[in-house]
Design a protein around this ligand. Structure first.
Ligand code: PMP
Length: 406
């Protein structure tokens, strides 16, 4: 194989090279059928068996109980911004048909541009009142940046909302809900009622399969696009608690917003995610990645790897901060483990840093167009050795350059 770049891109992002090699075989001949995976019917027995095995492996990796269904769909995380609202409003309508739109409340925790977009989409859909249960900008350095996860006293949840929405990892500014309960940057699970079927919705697009999901069984819906840790774009994976798979047409008869047939979780569930043609190739490669992950030791292995890689990057960032060369963009303790964002200070040094990285075969480090700087995404397929190469480069760069202090 020709030499491959070290890919720190934010998504689509690196996939394991051995998996991609394996995938080329399936592209030519899937499971001995003589037809490639992109050519075979999604209703063939070979593909339907494969789909079932992908589901089983997701169940195994995340320890998902039969209380929750796994559904496969398309449209990315963005389509779920609308789908979660419509399905959860339908559920709420069936539970409380008499409520007015004003009294039917959706709680959104806004900690970055993705949850902000999701809340805006909920407002656009109508049929409810959107309550911003917390907005982290209020607690930021300038009252307008997303640079932190607020502490528990910042949240005000409604009584019996149709959904409570959060994003587990906001990739633009890099803040992330931490896995540890009661840490400054953790989602305040302790504020939510216990013993209830919580309407809790988590966008895990950006950290899915990097470690176990805390409180998974308390969630109504967890969703993620495949294109960060587990596969190519095109596939969206949903984990939906069974009471949230409702008859959306019965809800519409009671006045709920009609749900487009392909966005209805019931359609997906009733047809084992094969109501229409699924993203066959993306499912195939995702399945290979999941098998590879299981072979390496599952999410315990990846959680350890993610911790080690991110700690090392944060350590060298700190070293560069002390030298006055780097400056983290996120408050300490709120930083993402998957996407680490920082500025390179000093005239022309950002471009120099990126050019030097490119010379060393490292790509995808340029920050998001809205925030600039550097963004290091260390998804599962970025190995510890590759991360170490970046770290020595960062260390060397910080040692070699000086920024004049005013
Ligand atoms: N949510 C999060 C946290 C994301 O990182 C992204 C994409 N990077 C999205 C949603 C949107 O996903 P998609 O591009 O698949 O619609």
């Amino acid at each position: 194989m020709e030499s491959r770049a070290i890919n720190f891109g934010a998504g689509p992002s690196a996939l394991p090279a051995s998996v991609l090699q394996e995938a080329t075989k399936g592209l030519l001949n899937f499971k001995g059928t003589g037809m490639g995976i992109a050519e075979i019917s999604h209703r063939s027995k070979e593909f339907t068996a494969y789909l079932q095995s992908v589901e089983q492996n997701i169940r195994k990796l995340l320890d998902i109980q039969p209380t929750h269904s796994i559904l496969f769909t398309q449209g990315g995380g963005s389509a779920q911004f609308s789908a979660v609202v419509l399905n959860m409003l339908a559920r709420h309508r069936l539970l409380h048909p008499q409520l007015t739109d004003e009294d039917r409340v959706l709680d959104y925790v806004v900690t970055g541009s993705w949850s902000k977009k999701a809340a805006e989409e909920a407002r656009r859909m109508g049929g409810s009142t959107v309550n911003i249960a917390a907005d982290s900008r209020k607690y930021s350095k300038d009252q307008k940046s997303f640079d932190n996860i607020p502490t528990a006293d910042a949240y005000s949840f409604s009584n019996d909302p149709a959904l409570i929405y959060y994003c587990a990892n906001e990739t633009v500014d890099g803040v992330e809900f931490s896995a540890e309960e009661n840490s400054p940057a953790s989602f305040p699970f302790q504020l939510l009622p216990r013993n209830a079927l919580l309407p809790l919705v988590g966008d895990y697009s950006s950290s899915f399969m990097s470690r176990p999901i805390p409180h998974l069984s308390d969630h109504a819906i967890i969703y993620a696009g495949a294109q960060k840790n587990v596969g190519p774009a095109g596939l969206t994976i949903l984990i939906v608690r069974n009471d949230c798979i409702v008859d959306v047409d019965a809800a519409a008869r009671l006045g709920a917003i009609p749900v487009p047939i392909c966005l209805s979780y019931k359609t997906l569930a009733d047809h084992n995610s094969l109501y229409n043609t699924p993203p066959v190739l993306s499912i195939y490669i995702t399945g290979l990645v999941l098998e590879y992950m299981l072979q390496l030791g599952g999410l315990d292995y990846y959680a350890g790897l993610t911790n080690r890689k991110s700690k090392k990057v944060y350590d060298v960032l700190k070293y560069g901060e002390n030298k006055g060369i780097f400056k983290g963009k996120v408050k300490e303790g709120s930083g993402s483990q998957m996407n680490i964002v920082f500025d390179v200070l000093g005239e022309g040094l950002l471009a120099k840093f990126i050019a030097g990285a490119e010379e060393r075969g490292m790509k995808g480090l340029k920050g998001h167009r809205s925030v600039g700087g550097i963004r290091v995404s260390i998804y599962n397929a970025v190995t510890e050795e590759e991360t170490d190469l970046l770290i020595s480069y960062m260390e060397q760069f910080a040692g070699q350059h000086k920024v004049d202090k005013e």
